[in-house]
Ligand binder design. Structure first.
Ligand code: M6R
Length: 611
């Protein structure tokens, strides 16, 4: 959580930092601040609230420095306040630090520093960092650059937890030092200037050439040079990677919000995910997935591990993999998997799904699976993300940057990719070829079918206007439709703050039906021809108790419901890719009707890099 940005070059740093922070706000938006190196030393301006408030503060226009660091915060230690916001300075005002992540042993370090007469202003874990750097700097016998580097490397060795840190030092007015461990940090290379950020999209409009730091690697950055070091201060060589994302992909591009843009991008993002991986008349191709028939024949279980929306994509993936590959699949929340003793061994393939590739629980779960000798496959949307450095194999969804906190296009791309993986495995195992061929043609139709689904936007908006004042909403479905119900319910909760629950349709009568009373809204997904009659009976049970009904279906229904959104027919295995879209649109318009910030819902942040 939290976003960090940095600039070192010949231009004024302030506008570049503010621009970066505005793009990073989806990572946290409790407070924001920047430090620049001025002629008089390091100057810091920060405040509680959004980046826009920082940008409009009178003080900020006095910053003229060409080197600076910035931070937008999602509070973990210490409530949102100006004092708790970053950057934090040491007692002597020599070091300014912004930090992403959590310092788990900060309390002990604080006591240690207090015993050496350091004082603290904030309740944060971060404030120990500039003071520890100062302590190590004072105690270093090195001179010049080595003294600073030694102070930073010794400090990072004392920190437990996760961190991406940018450091300014008033003794080095032409440099910046950065370090990371278990928290993302990239350096964008320009001409006589360099950019630093926790996320590539924040600085994509300035450069497309990026260095990715690995854990416990440092960079000593000047305007025209970047030196990389390992934790023992040995120089290491790194190649910049060219990122092909279009800079416009990280802009709203005329849409009112990122979420609405990302919902509407799904025909394109799904097309990109399919890419050249499947075509009708040849075998599927996933070049980065080197799992052969011999290996696939040895596995007796697939685990899919993820969080939130990515986990719900995994639940849909379970149905597809089991149907095509005939291997049992278990799906589990990464935060549960990592703290128990799952039955995983060399015969288990573990798939980790994460849009950001930075989710702390998912990465920890992957490390656990590896320690139990399982092969690990990561599915991520962000090239070079932390998870790709841990997994045996990583394949990318190529959905383009997803900025809105509520995940939409990543979910549909994740399911498409899981379906392609299932096809690939079944082809290698030489089973279910007829099903495989049918599924391939159906996948290739998805982009145009998504365009059809999006044509329902105005009707869904009208329904949203009818129900936006509801207090409770229920989502129901059977089989794969139930996994969509879970995702629809999560979307509604997170951006509209309406309480909602998702149930398998057949479960209502085992308890939850007691909650149904006059005018309650029930949203039902009905895409499986074989289960439709059963599900309609369940809906009738709630209609007779006065519920309002919103149905998403690809079947012909001869019943009167309050609203029926008809979507194109597709293979039941991939129906979530179409049926989720009306639920995304519904949640979006309910949030808009309530006047909420759709892209940045309260208490949330885009990537959850803390436990
Ligand atoms: O980046 P990840 O896919 O690992 O993120 C997982 C969840 O935090 C994420 O899907 C979250 O549930 C979204 N806010 C849902 O819209």
């Amino acid at each position: 959580m939290c976003g960090i940005v940095g600039y070192i070059g010949e231009k004024k740093a302030k506008p570049i930092l503010i621009n970066g922070l505005l793009r990073l706000e989806y990572r946290g938006y409790d407070s924001a601040g920047i430090s620049t190196i001025e002629k008089s030393g390091i100057k810091t301006i920060k405040n509680k609230g959004r980046v826009a408030e920082l940008e409009n503060s009178d003080e900020i226009n006095k910053l003229n420095g060409t080197i600076g660091i910035g931070h937008t915060r999602w509070a973990t230690h210490g409530k949102p306040s100006t004092t708790n916001s970053h950057p934090h300075m040491d007692n002597s005002n020599t070091f300014s630090v912004v930090h992403n992540g959590i310092i788990e042993n900060y309390a002990g370090l604080k006591e240690f520093l207090k015993s050496r007469k350091y004082t603290f202003l904030s309740d944060t874990d971060t404030e120990v960092i500039p003071n520890l750097i100062h302590f190590n700097y004072q105690n270093s016998e090195e001179k010049g650059k080595k003294r600073l580097l030694e102070a930073v490397t010794n400090t990072s060795k004392m920190l437990k937890g996760s961190f991406a840190i940018e450091i300014l030092c008033s003794d080095f007015p032409d440099n910046m030092v950065v370090v990371r461990k278990d928290s993302p940090l990239v350096i964008g290379k320009g001409v006589n200037e360099n950019y630093i950020s926790s996320d590539i999209p924040a600085i994509l409009s300035f450069t497309k050439d990026f260095y990715l730091l690995n854990d416990n690697e440092f960079a000593f950055i000047s305007r025209d040079q970047i030196e990389f070091y390992d934790e023992d201060m040995n120089i290491i060589k790194k190649e910049a990677r060219n990122i092909t994302w279009d800079a416009g992909a990280a802009e709203k591009g005329g849409y009112p919000d990122f979420m609405f843009k990302e919902i509407n991008e799904q025909p394109k993002s799904v097309r990109e995910t399919i890419g050249a991986r499947i075509t009708q008349n040849s075998k599927s191709s996933i070049p980065d997935l080197k799992l052969d028939k011999e290996y696939l024949k040895t596995i007796n279980k697939i685990f899919i591990v993820a969080c939130g929306t990515a986990m719900y994509a995994g639940m849909a993936g379970k149905t597809i993999l089991e149907s095509l590959c005939e291997i049992p699949v278990e799906v589990e929340a990464a935060s549960e998997f990592r703290y128990r003793n799952p039955i995983v061994n060399e015969k288990t393939l573990c798939i980790f799904i994460t849009q950001s590739g930075e989710t702390a629980d998912t990465i920890a779960a992957l490390k656990l699976a590896k320690s139990k000798n399982a092969k690990t496959l990561a599915i991520s949307n962000v090239i070079g993300a932390s998870i790709s450095r841990e997994a045996d194999y990583t394949i990318y969804t190529h959905a383009g940057p997803e900025i809105a906190v509520a995940s939409t296009k990543a979910y549909t791309s994740q399911i498409v990719l899981l379906a392609i993986i299932a096809i690939n495995f079944a082809e290698k195992l030489e089973i279910n070829q007829e099903k495989v061929n049918e599924l391939k043609s159906d996948i290739l139709l998805l982009p145009s079918q998504l365009e059809e689904v999006l044509k329902n936007t105005e009707r869904i908006k009208s329904f949203a206007q009818r129900i936006y004042k509801e207090k409770d909403v229920f989502f129901i479905g059977r089989g794969i439709d139930y996994t969509v119900a879970l995702e629809g319910s999560l979307k509604l909760k997170e951006i509209s703050y309406i309480h909602s629950e998702a149930y398998p349709s057949g479960e209502l009568k085992h308890g939850p039906i007691a909650l149904i009373e006059n005018d309650v809204t029930i949203i039902s997904i009905l895409t499986n021809r074989l289960l439709v009659e059963k599900s309609i009976s369940n809906i009738q049970e709630v209609v007779t108790r006065g519920a309002k009904t919103f149905i998403i279906t690809n079947q012909e229904l001869n019943h009167n419901f309050d609203e029926v959104i008809t979507i194109p027919k597709t293979n039941p295995l991939i129906s979530p890719i179409l049926s989720v879209v009306p639920l995304q649109i519904l949640a979006y318009y309910i949030s808009k009707e309530k006047g909420l910030d759709v892209d940045k819902p309260r208490n949330l942040a885009k990537s959850v890099t803390v436990e």
